[in-house]
Design a binder for this molecule. Structure first.
Ligand code: NDP
Length: 449
């Protein structure tokens, strides 16, 4: 890891001491502090009010037991989390992740990132995140429903449209949001649409929310390409993952004339040189909730499935990591660079390790960090909240246009800030500094709270 500005070293040491064993959280904090050297020089008022130290400490952390009964009548127990990190700009906002790897350190890393991402959208939303070590994979719909009902039976007392507004993330899609919302409605006896986002369109959801994170990432890349006078036409693209973010990133790349030649899941990756058959992929992943091996079987000779090695060994012009944290390391970055990749945009949260980011920077590969490139999801959630508050429902075209504008603004904001702080073209530094200063200014205005 790089060496921090000397004023920031004690802040980081305090984070390490207070949060032992939470490696992903340490990594996310270090990544932001690494960009803030020029900021502390220019703004001594932030240090005087201990704003940076305060930002690293969540406002509230909730951990709870989630008991539920499986289809065999056995009692199962999972652990639930909600970390309400920062509410200076608005109600806490951020998704719920259901995956066996979830523990406090993962939720805190995601919640910390969310603070700055949400600021970058320009919408009035604070940062939070939650989830559980429950794995929806391999469980029946009824089991998932009973789990979600039990999870919400505790969570409901901590959330609300003016307090904390969860959404989806890994393992939490439309089905889970439906069960969670149903239980919230039942317990509170209120149809409080604005308490959760990612709802179905017929019961308070927004057009484009399902597609928003993947589409937004591709809109962001379109802006990067435009700065070089280029576009997606005939570009080869590799997208990791095959979940919500990956599927809609693939769709938008294809609409823009690019060719997506590979995607993955936790069991390996498929290479489909003629371009991923999106209809088939959606059938396998969204309808059957199946694996990529099935996609490869159904594609016959056209595609091959590889269950070891790295998807990043597939040569491409543009790489979009859209699966999970730390899935692209320094070695993968070197391979991508050697193969001529010139743009990397994070659809997932923190998929690139610090070594990978450093390699991209040294090789002048345009690198768009998740807190900027995948902010389209939460931005569209905020649009869903707007529609809920005004009891309105916008068209697909109008909502998509708003999303494209928001991504253009975030892109420009990153570049302008990077220029202003002496790191031109560095999207990661621009995103961190721009998000941080907005939150820090609000915290100064609100006093020591
Ligand atoms: P999904 O659950 O829909 O899909 C996740 C995909 O990533 C699946 O293909 C999954 O494979 C793969 N994956 C998950 N964990 C691992 C792992 N440990 N190793 C290898 N592959 C893995 O989640 P989303 O698409 O919603 O989320 C993907 C990323 O995007 C996450 O980092 C999330 O935080 C981020 N994100 C999501 C937003 C959203 O709106 N949904 C918003 C902003 C960011 P398998 O099925 O085999 O597990």
């Amino acid at each position: 890891m790089s060496v921090l500005d000397e004023k920031l070293i004690p802040v980081y040491e305090e984070v390490l001491r207070r949060n032992p064993g939470e490696q992903e959280f340490h990594q996310a904090v270090h990544e932001v502090l690494d960009s803030l050297g020029p900021v502390v020089g220019k703004h001594p008022e932030y240090a005087d009010a201990e704003v940076i130290r305060r930002i690293c400490e969540p406002e509230r952390q909730i951990i709870f037991r989630v008991p539920w009964v499986d289809d065999q009548g056995r009692v199962q127990i999972n652990r639930g989390f909600r970390v309400e990190f920062n509410s200076s700009l608005g109600p806490y906002k951020g998704g719920l992740r259901f995956h066996p790897s979830v523990y406090l350190g993962i939720v805190k890393f995601l919640g910390f990132e969310q603070i700055f991402k949400n600021a970058l959208t320009g919408m009035p939303i604070g940062g939070g995140k939650g989830g559980s070590d429950f794995d929806p994979k391999g469980h029946s719909d009824r089991e998932v429903m009973r789990f979600c009902q039990s999870f919400m039976t505790e969570l409901y007392r901590h959330i609300g449209e003016y307090t904390d507004v969860p959404a989806g993330d890994i393992g939490v899609g439309g089905r889970e949001i439906g069960y969670l919302f149903g239980q919230y409605k039942r317990i509170t006896n209120r149809y409080e649409s604005g308490v959760l986002t990612g709802k179905g369109f017929t019961w308070g959801g927004s057009q484009v929310r399902t597609e928003a994170t993947g589409y937004g990432t591709v809109f962001f890349v379109r802006e990067i390409l435009a700065t070089r006078g280029e576009d997606f036409a005939d570009r080869s693209v590799v997208v990791s993952g095959s979940g919500n973010v990956a599927i809609y990133a693939i769709q938008k790349v294809q609409q823009f004339g690019g060719r997506v030649i590979a995607c993955s899941d936790s069991g390996g990756y498929v290479v489909d040189e003629n371009g991923i058959d999106l209809e088939l992929l959606r059938e396998v992943k969204e309808v059957r909730r199946g694996r990529l091996t099935e996609y490869a079987d159904l594609r016959g000779d056209k595609a091959r499935h590889i269950n070891d090695g790295s998807i990043w060994s597939v040569p491409c012009d543009i790489a979009l990591p859209c699966a999970t944290q730390n899935e692209l390391n320094g070695r993968d970055a070197d391979t991508l660079i050697k193969n001529g990749c010139s743009v990397v945009a994070e659809g997932a949260n923190m998929p690139c390790t610090p070594e990978a980011v450093k390699a991209f920077s040294a090789a002048k590969v345009a690198f768009a960090p998740g807190k900027a490139a995948n902010a389209g999801g939460v931005a569209t959630s905020a649009l869903e909240m707007q529609q809920n508050a005004s009891r309105d429902s916008w068209s697909f075209e109008h909502t998509q246009e708003r999303l494209a504008d928001i991504m253009r603004n975030i892109h420009d904001r990153c570049l302008t800030t990077a220029e202003e702080y002496g790191v031109p073209g560095n999207y990661a530094a621009g995103a961190n500094i721009s998000g941080f200063t907005q939150v820090a200014d609000a915290m100064l205005a609100l006093g020591v709270i």
